[in-house]
Ligand binder design. Structure first.
Ligand code: SF4
Length: 280
């Protein structure tokens, strides 16, 4: 099947917590590959309107599919696979943002691209962000940072804010938690610091993994040293994604984990504040 045969009238409005599977699985593989490489199509799990927690102001959020990490705590494992996303032509994505342009500006918000890991669809992003900037809409990219080197300085000029999801600082812990090395992530963070590019850091307190003050202290000191981190979002692990792991038939190591206590979160916040950072 050709991609054009699947083109939807509109991107799927919804929440990242909707389970989506096989939205473009029947597309011919070479067609899929050239769509990703060419950047004329984006594979989108869902569009959320009116989000107040995914960047400054009130935001339109596009959740892209595809992720190379395998975080044990992931809330949206259905976003890992590119073909679980709906193929949306670049032109249509720009039209959708344009429809919301005035309200986004009034509410001091903008467009946030999240995932999954959006930089797996770098060609699409490199075309989309400049067009959105041309509309006068604030842009943010939420990323795990591993493929940050794909973003050129020209790309960065069209992304107002990078929301960097730092999973862990201690390399071995990061590897066990995500399946991937964090050296490229730290390098990307330092490059953004050198350029003084606005960054928010997002850190999930994961019980049994990152809920200890050694790791939280390392994270706080690393973030503070960068000098360009405008705020840190400390996010407690939750179980809203458990049903997805079960539906997908995947082994979920966090199945019986309880969310961190309010005291634990307060200690984490205090440690970030002590390092001189603004936390939420
Ligand atoms: S980086 Fe995000 S989407 Fe990817 S596995 Fe980790 S939590 Fe899930």
């Amino acid at each position: 099947m050709k991609l054009a045969d699947l083109a939807p009238e509109a991107p799927p409005i919804g929440s990242p917590f909707d389970l989506r599977l096989s939205m473009s699985e029947k597309v011919d593989e070479t067609d899929l590959k050239s769509a990703v490489e060419g950047g004329e199509w984006g594979f989108i799990h869902s569009f959320t309107t009116g989000s107040a927690v995914d960047g400054p102001g009130v935001r339109l959020v596009a959740w892209l599919t595809g992720c190379q990490f395998r975080c044990v705590f992931c809330h949206n494992p259905d976003t890992w696979k590119l073909t679980n996303g709906m193929p949306v032509p670049l032109k249509r994505a720009i039209e959708v943002v344009n429809q919301y342009r005035n309200s986004l500006r009034t509410m001091k918000g903008g467009l946030t691209i999240s995932g999954g890991e959006p930089l797996l669809q770098y060609p699409f992003l490199s075309k989309l962000f400049p067009e959105i900037k041309r509309l006068g809409v604030h842009t943010a990219l939420e990323t795990n940072g591993f493929f940050g080197e794909r973003l050129t300085d020209v790309d960065l000029a069209s992304i107002d804010l990078i929301m960097l999801g730092l999973k862990a600082i201690e390399p071995d812990l990061h590897k066990r938690l995500t399946g991937m090395d964090n050296k490229p992530v730290r390098e990307f963070a330092r490059r953004l610091a050198t350029k003084k590019h606005p960054v928010w850091i997002r850190f999930v307190v994961v019980p049994g993994w990152t809920d200890n003050m050694d790791e939280i202290g390392r994270m706080a000191d690393f973030a503070a040293e960068l000098g360009n981190v405008q705020r840190v979002d400390v996010l407690p692990f939750h179980q809203m994604g458990r049903f997805k792991w079960e539906k997908l038939g995947m082994e979920y190591k966090m199945r019986d984990a309880e969310p961190p206590s309010a005291e634990m979160i307060e200690q984490a916040l205090a440690r970030f504040r002590a390092a001189g950072l603004t936390v939420v």
